[in-house]
Design a protein around this ligand. Structure first.
Ligand SMILES: *Cc1c(COP(=O)(O)O)cnc(C)c1O
Length: 433
């Protein structure tokens, strides 16, 4: 399968090139040349299949031409050796809990898949690859843990100083080995800009083989489609019928875009909700048709603090830049920190379900917008314990259980390198480390 750039001014590339490059040379994002539908028989039988089996069928549609079946199966089965269950929350609203992976957030899926895929492509090579990843919290931990110990690959995690929680930081800044955490004196957007600039810098390109592990990378992005199919299968298995609406807490819009891919592959989804915090660039676009990126603002749902969502380019491409068609499939909602706090509190007190600040936006949008006959599924993108400080301020200290996996991370020692937000400093570090 070939991959083209959303800017369409460079030739198509192979999967291997798309994964090792990350971003296309014209700064566009890679898109698979075909998005094939799965057969009706697959959907008829989907509730009898495991998450791994479902994902393998979906994965074959994207990667089947480029990777031998047995290898692909091993990669998929290794990536998804945990569950993403659908839990009933209230009324017709269900939570798709994407926090059963190693770092308790949905990005574990793409992080591990990409590490395995890149590892496969580098097998038997002497070439070394440097993975650059900008994180507002969760990406760094998922990617770092996915790549930990994978031979031939070094990961640099860039994160904004003081803007990620201690728990998040512990999950990527304490690992050592082939993982280097870089604390940038700036915002998440500065981190993302440093990574994007690095890919365009000819000195760096000559000296190092660089790739990204943000959701701009197809190997991280595409596997996120898997769990939408899984959610549908879970509903079917529980005998729940109705038109499915997915509500997706969104930042860089990788997760939501993967859902749009799933729909294009035939998954019966009626529509999507894009839930934003105060970084409401896409919300405004959905209201007005104008896309106006801005500097991000810090919120209590910090993994969604994105001022210029990368994957928006993929949404435009998928819908041939038709505002009308995009609006028909996606509706936007935005919530302030106060509104998010209120939701976390009321769901916890009235329903007995604990959401994290991100998932809370998805839930809230469903309570406002779900229509008769619709089944709403919000993506619970991370475990609330990843945001303990924030959540306990809302529901009371001691009410967020600390999962064993997180307790282990907390014992580690921070090993970060400190840098300014100047590109030259970052470049110097990469060249002379
Ligand atoms: C990354 C992340 C998001 C946003 O996902 P995008 O794919 O960037 O839109 C939402 N919630 C949590 C917990 C995250 O880590």
């Amino acid at each position: 399968m070939k991959y083209y750039s959303t800017n369409k001014s460079v030739p198509e590339v192979t999967l291997k090139e798309a994964v090792t490059k990350g971003l296309a040379d014209d700064k566009g994002l890679f898109m698979p040349e075909r998005i094939e539908a799965l057969p009706a028989s697959f959907f008829e039988n989907i509730h009898n299949m495991s998450f791994q089996e479902i994902s393998f069928e979906v994965a074959k549609k994207f990667f089947g031409e480029d990777i031998p079946e047995a290898e692909l199966k091993a990669i998929v089965y290794d990536t998804l050796n945990f569950d993403c269950p659908v839990e009933h929350v209230s009324g017709n609203i269900y939570s798709l809990e994407l926090w059963h992976g190693p770092t308790l957030a949905f990005k574990d899926v793409g992080g591990r898949f990409m590490a395995r895929l890149l590892g496969y492509f580098l097998q038997g090579n002497t070439e070394h690859v440097s993975v650059l990843v900008a994180t507002s919290g969760d990406t760094g931990s998922a990617v770092a843990n996915g790549f930990l110990g994978v031979p031939g690959i070094h990961v640099y995690v860039l994160y904004p100083k003081g803007l990620v929680s201690e728990i998040q930081e512990k999950q990527f800044a304490t690992l050592g080995q082939n993982i280097t955490a870089i604390e940038i004196d700036g915002t998440f957007d500065d981190c993302q800009r440093l990574v994007k600039t690095a890919f365009l810098d000819s000195d760096l390109k000559n000296a190092l083989t660089l790739t990204s592990a943000n959701s701009i990378n197809v190997a991280r992005f595409l596997p996120q489609a898997f769990y939408y199919f899984n959610a549908y299968a879970c509903l079917r298995e529980q005998g729940i019928t109705g038109e499915v609406v997915f509500s997706v807490p969104s930042g860089n819009f990788g997760n939501l875009t993967a859902g749009l891919f799933a729909k294009k592959m035939g998954l019966p989804v009626k529509r999507f909700i894009a839930a934003n915090n105060e970084n409401d660039i896409v919300y405004n676009y959905l209201q007005t048709g104008k896309y106006e990126p801005r500097t991000s603002v810090a919120t209590i749902a910090n993994a969604m603090d994105v001022g210029d969502p990368s994957n928006f380019a993929r949404i435009l491409d998928l819908y041939d830049h038709s505002y009308k068609r995009i609006k028909a499939d996606i509706k936007g909602f935005r919530y302030s920190d106060d509104e998010i706090r209120e939701v976390v509190k009321s769901v916890y007190q009235q329903v007995g379900y604990l959401t994290d600040p991100h998932g809370a936006t998805g839930y809230k949008a469903l309570t406002e917008d779900l229509q008769e006959g619709e089944i709403g599924v919000f993506l619970e993108t991370a475990h609330p314990a990843k945001f303990t400080e924030t959540v306990e301020k809302i529901i009371g200290v001691g009410n967020v259980p600390l999962p064993e996996k997180l307790a282990e991370f907390m014992k580690g020692e921070k090993l970060s390198v400190q840098l300014s937000k100047e590109f030259e400093a970052f470049k110097f570090f990469l060249l002379h480390k």
